[in-house]
Design a protein around this ligand. Structure first.
Ligand SMILES: Cc1cc2nc3c(=O)[nH]c(=O)nc-3n(C[C@H](O)[C@H](O)[C@H](O)COP(=O)(O)OP(=O)(O)OC[C@H]3O[C@@H](n4cnc5c(N)ncnc54)[C@H](O)[C@@H]3O)c2cc1C
Length: 529
């Protein structure tokens, strides 16, 4: 059996950071196992590629939830990246971090070292911001962050409309004030996506002490007594094992990290025994505490060549933009679709924003999976930033290749629906503002939705994820926590979880940057161990 100092499972947003940082020391040997491929093709590099990679299984696990009781029994689509870079290879590239109070709440819950002032240096360490040079930003980290390369005039329309509707603007969602509307900064350089793999791994592929195995799907962690000592994986139709002298670090994401722990005998003892899995450690919190940003989208058909859509004029424009992109790396092909947005309060009395907006320069219905809605238009997403609902990830079967049973239990706490109703009204005020008048043609799905009851029904019928599941291997110091504040799995040795699943509570923003921050901090914790 091959052996390394560290074996990392999952080459996503967190796994790439860890593999890169740990292998900076040439005396340390690191092995990274990634189930997907290299993630180096145009589908990943050209931002517009997400129009194909999100709705299809090309480089995407394409999970589905179990039927959601409060959403009319619907099973919701849950895309997750399946390639080096993980979900950062298919995501919308928006760079936000959440609100400082999110991290202070983690620390106040007993997680020492995770307050805002303690995590800010790690955010800065990841970042190479092309515009901001101040106390909030880094300018020499591996991850390029900068303004959009699309020059889309629809940004100004959205910002004007929001101002007409009475909402403030902010220049920097990650600066002194998160609240307001603005244009998102993105993780791109020269109009190309910079996934976590491109930022952290690709510059170091020649490191002799770093072994990256793609197409390697971990099946379980193997224990010697209470110590995690090896990972069993399938690659090229054969089963292999790789041993870790120091530690095994699970970075398989919010759905698959708890799944891998459970397949390895770490989880609720009774549930594991029912699946025929020998229990290594009874840890009932594994897979619990699933949180996600539930989102509703208001959509208008509209006229403008700057809105993505399929029509003879639209295709002609796209072809011109393709040529422009080849020449300048700017324009429509550099789009992250959700180009502008904001963090707003649905009630002025609140201390911080409770909803996030994503303004898309396209009709985004059903994750772009419904071909009926490919005409030109714009969409305004609104999501609940700090949901009270808690769901779970459980084993659907003991087969390591089966998808887990994902139950976000959306809206199981009625107050989440109240926030979304207020968010719906807020988003509509913006879309109804005069700035949109020259473009607007027809409101889709919600033209006749006005009363409280109608809005509630619309939300139950059409809301979807905005792709930020977290919390299923919760960090904490209580009995149902899965990892401690140093991200060590409780009750066993030599095993950590480092990814979005360790967040005790979902932060109020997009989750890639926070996940990479977690991995940067974990690298320090591991180096000190
Ligand atoms: C469509 C979409 C849009 C998004 N938009 C944004 C955005 O604009 N901004 C933002 O900040 N966040 C966004 N996110 C969220 C963000 O990408 C994730 O929060 C982040 O990538 C989570 O990182 P992770 O390391 O926890 O998991 P991931 O990045 O998902 O990585 C997990 C990795 O583990 C691998 N893996 C899983 N199981 C195994 C196994 N058994 N063996 C080997 N490998 C395995 C997977 O293939 C994957 O590569 C979006 C996500 C999606 C899906």
């Amino acid at each position: 059996m091959d052996s390394f100092d560290y074996v990392i499972v999952g080459g996503g947003a967190a796994g790439c950071v860890l593999a890169s940082r740990l292998s900076e020391d040439p005396t340390v040997r690191v092995c990274l196992l990634e189930a997907g491929g290299e993630g180096r093709n145009w589908l990943v590099r050209v931002p517009f590629g997400m129009v194909l990679s999100v709705p299809t299984p090309l480089i995407n696990w394409g999970f589905k939830t179990v039927p959601q009781k409060e959403l009319n029994g619907r099973r919701l689509y849950q895309p997750r990246g399946r390639a080096l870079g993980g979900s950062s290879a298919i995501n919308a590239m928006i760079y936000t971090r959440g609100h400082p109070s999110d991290y202070d709440a983690w620390a106040a819950a007993g997680n020492r070292g995770w307050s805002w002032s303690e995590v800010l240096p790690y955010f800065k360490r990841t970042e190479a911001n092309a515009r901001w040079r101040d106390d909030y930003h880094g300018d020499d980290g591996p991850l390029p962050v900068g303004d959009a390369f699309t020059d889309n005039p629809m940004h100004a329309v959205f910002l004007d409309a929001a101002q007409q509707a009475g909402f403030p603007r902010t220049d920097d969602f990650n600066g002194a004030r998160q609240e307001g509307v603005g244009v998102y900064q993105v993780t791109q350089r020269m109009g190309e996506r910079w996934s976590a793999a491109r930022a952290y791994l690709e510059p170091h592929v020649l490191r002799a002490n770093l072994c990256v195995l793609t197409g390697a799907r971990a099946r379980r962690v193997l224990f010697e007594g209470r110590r995690a000592h090896a990972v069993e994986y399938r690659r090229g139709g054969r089963i292999h094992s790789v041993a870790a002298r120091a530690e095994i670090i699970v970075c398989a994401g919010t759905f698959q990290s708890p799944q891998l722990l459970m397949l390895s005998g770490v989880g609720d003892g009774e549930a594991l025994r029912r699946c025929g899995i020998a229990v290594v450690q009874h840890l009932p919190g594994v897979g619990e505490n699933l949180q996600d940003h539930l989102d509703y989208t208001l959509i208008h058909r509209a006229r403008s060549p700057h809105l993505i859509g399929f029509s003879p004029r639209g295709v002609a424009h796209l072809l011109r933009e393709l040529v422009r992109y080849q020449r300048e790396r700017r324009g429509m092909l550099a789009t992250n679709v959700a180009e502008a947005g904001g963090f707003l309060k649905t009630d002025a009395a609140l201390a911080k924003p409770d909803v996030q907006l994503h303004f898309c320069v396209a009709i985004v219905h059903n994750h772009g999976r419904t071909l009926r809605h490919l005409f030109h238009g714009y969409s305004l997403h609104v999501c609940v930033l700090r949901p009270a609902s808690r769901g779970s990830v459980r084993l659907a079967s003991a087969d390591p290749e089966a998808a887990p049973a994902i139950d976000p239990a959306y809206l199981s706490e009625p107050r989440d629906l109240d926030v979304l109703v207020r968010g719906f009204r807020l988003a509509r005020r913006i879309l109804d503002a005069p700035a949109f008048a020259p473009y607007r043609r027809r409101e889709l799905f919600t033209a006749n939705v006005h009363s409280e009851e109608e809005i509630r029904a619309a939300i139950r019928a059409r809301s979807e994820t905005i792709y930020h599941p977290a919390g299923t291997c919760r960090m904490g110091d209580d009995r149902s926590a899965v990892v401690d504040a140093e991200l060590r799995v409780r009750g066993v040795d030599g095993l950590r979880v480092v990814d979005a699943s360790v967040m005790p509570t979902l932060i109020g923003g997009n989750t890639q940057a926070p996940t990479m921050m977690i991995a940067e901090k974990a690298a320090d914790l591991l180096r000190r161990a």
